[in-house]
Design a protein around this ligand. Structure first.
Ligand SMILES: [Fe+2]
Ligand SMILES: [Fe+2]
Length: 264
C-alpha cells in the first residue's frame, strides 16, 4: 500500500500544478491513496465545494485542512456532507466537520487524522492528549493510520513524531509550506517528515504575493494578501506501508517545478 500526500495547495497556481502533474505522478507511482492538504486551495483562504469536487475528480481520495479551514464561509454548507475531508480533530467539541475518517480504495482502508499544533497558533485542545483519545476511539482493526499534523513549531512536530512512533503509520507535517529534509522511518515504523512543503507559486512568499508580505513586515500595518500567480513548485511525500503490519517501510520526498521535463 502506498500513499501520495500533497502538501498545502495554495490558490490557482497550486491547483494548476496538481492538475498538470497528478496524472504523471499516478502513472509513475500508482498510489493506493492520494491525500492533499486543501486549507489554502481557494485563493489562499480555505476551500470551496467546487475545488473539493475538482480534486476528487482528479483522483484525490481525501482532503486535510488546518488553521485556514473556516476562511471561506462556503465550507459550513458542505463540511458535514461528505466523509472524505478532515479538519483538525482538536478544535473545540461541537465544531462542524470531523477530525478523522476512513478512506477506501478498492478493498483497502486508511484512517486519516488531521490534528493541529498550538505553539504559535490559536490555543485549542492539546494535540497530544487528543491523539491518545483518538487512538483509543478508532477501532483496533485499523492498522493503517495517516496523520497530517498541521503545526508551526518544528519542535512540536518532531515531538509528535516520537510520541506517535509505532502507534500510527505516518506523521507528516503541514502548514509551514517549506519542505524539510528530515524524512525518516522512526525506530518503531512510523514515517515522519516535519513539513511536506507547499504546492503553488515559488516566486511569492509561501504562495502569496511578495510585495504585500514585505509591506506587512516593514510597516506592521494590516495588508491584504493575495495569491501569487508565478511559476509553481509542487511538494509531496510518497509513503510505502507494509500491508500486514501497517508500519511504514519507505518515505520519499517529491519536488517538481513548472516546465520541468518529467523523466520517466
Ligand atoms: Fe497552509
Ligand atoms: Fe496552515
Amino acid at each position: 500500500m502506498n500513499i501520495l500526500f500533497i502538501g498545502d495547495i495554495v490558490g490557482s497556481a497550486g491547483r494548476n500544478a496538481v492538475k498538470q502533474l497528478l496524472p504523471q505522478l499516478k502513472n509513475k507511482w500508482n498510489p493506493t491513496f492520494i491525500i492533499a492538504n486543501g486549507e489554502n486551495a481557494a485563493a489562499g483562504r480555505g476551500i470551496t465545494s467546487k475545488i473539493v469536487n475538482e480534486l476528487y475528480d482528479q483522483g484525490v481520495h481525501g482532503i486535510t485542512m488546518g488553521n485556514h479551514t473556516w476562511d471561506n464561509k462556503e465550507i459550513f454548507d458542505f463540511i458535514d456532507e461528505g466523509d472524505r475531508m478532515v479538519r483538525p480533530a482538536n478544535f473545540p467539541a461541537g465544531t462542524p466537520g470531523r477530525g478523522w475518517t476512513v478512506l477506501k480504495s478498492g478493498n483497502k482502508e486508511l484512517v486519516v487524522i488531521n490534528i493541529q499544533g498550538r505553539t504559535f497558533l490559536p490555543a485549542i485542545d492539546c494535540p497530544f492528549q487528543k491523539m491518545d483519545q483518538l487512538l483509543d476511539e478508532i477501532p483496533s482493526k485499523h492498522k493503517h493510520i495517516f496523520v497530517d499534523f498541521h503545526a508551526e513549531a518544528t519542535s512540536e512536530k518532531i515531538a509528535m513524531g516520537w510520541y506517535l512512533d509505532g502507534r500510527v503509520s505516518a506523521v507528516v507535517g503541514t502548514h509551514t509550506h517549506v519542505q524539510t529534509h528530515d524524512e525518516a522511518i522512526l525506530p518503531k515504523g512510523t514515517a515522519y517528515v516535519t513539513d511536506v512543503g507547499m504546492v503553488g507559486s515559488k516566486e511569492g512568499v509561501l504562495g502569496m504575493e511578495r510585495d504585500a508580505v514585505i509591506q506587512k513586515f516593514k510597516t506592521a500595518l494590516p495588508v491584504r494578501f493575495n495569491v501569487h500567480e508565478g511559476k509553481w513548485h509542487f511538494h509531496a511525500v510518497l509513503i510505502e506501508l507494509n500491508e500486514q503490519t501497517g508500519r511504514s517501510e519507505r518515505i520519499r520526498l517529491l519536488r517538481h517545478y513548472e516546465n520541468e521535463i518529467f523523466m520517466e
